[in-house]
Design a protein around this ligand. Sequence first.
Ligand code: ADP
Ligand code: MG
Length: 301
Amino acid sequence: MKIGVLSRRSSLYSTRRLVEAATDRGHEVRVVDYLRCYMDIMSRRPNVMLSGESLVDFDAVIPRIGASYSFYGTAVVRQFEMAGVYALNESQAINRSRDKLRALQLLSRRGVGLPVTGFAHSTKDIQGVIDLVGGPPLVVKLLEGTQGIGVVLCETHKAAESVIEAFRGLDANILVQEFISEARGEDIRAFVVGDRVVASMKRTAAAGEFRSNLHRGGSASPVKLTPEERATAVVAAKTMGLKVAGVDLLRSNRGTLVMEVNSSPGLEGIEAATGVDVAGAVIAYVERNPERKRSKVRSRA
Ligand code: ADP
Ligand code: MG
């Protein structure tokens, strides 16, 4: 197969591993900087170009869209879809998961267990939202934050009020969430490919920190999931429409809750912690995926 990895840099660990795995499995693979792609939107034959060359002869593209480039990145993915190229994660699915509020609304409708979460526009309604999630301690999250940036723990009522007021004063969209203290700074990353969890790790926050993100100094170790946890992770990924997803889970007193679903989960931490060839699992999925051979005339955007 001819596979394109849509990524800013070929030196990134995840990108390198995907290229390696695809090459090992006999595919022709190329890294494409999606910010350098430009598009012919108007013609009857939608096209994606890079330095004068058309890229729509790929059999499949694997999007690795950075959080700061969601808008342009998903437009490029959408254009590949329009040209009939199979996108491992579709643009729509990436957009669903990037917006934390939209993602939680969809998961909640599907009956997936979530931390109690509130959302409001006006600072006049701060009190209502704080009450809704059961009062402090609570977590305030920027809607489009990632790597733990924009996630704040408010231990007192006063702190919650001022943090919410400050974010809203900057016109930032936030959600307010019940703090799952019994998770004690630990969460679980389940790496889903298709309808299977291929690897899972437990992440533990650094001392004095409640965010377990590896980018925030968290450490990782392998963990065994219960059958229910595996099922929950797969349902969460499916609800977003993601074929590849990093589903983050919190073990709470009322069972395992989904915290978020990532559309470009990193491979470095999870491969190092578990020894699983996650990149190989992703490429194997692209190979056997039946959807790949669908009609060229389609667009769900
Ligand atoms: P990001 O997209 O920035 O990773 P998350 O929602 O995943 O944002 O939050 C970052 C980290 O903060 C999580 O991995 C978890 O350790 C901690 N965290 C987030 N929400 C909660 C919560 N409601 N209760 C307890 N810990 C939380
Ligand atoms: Mg996270």
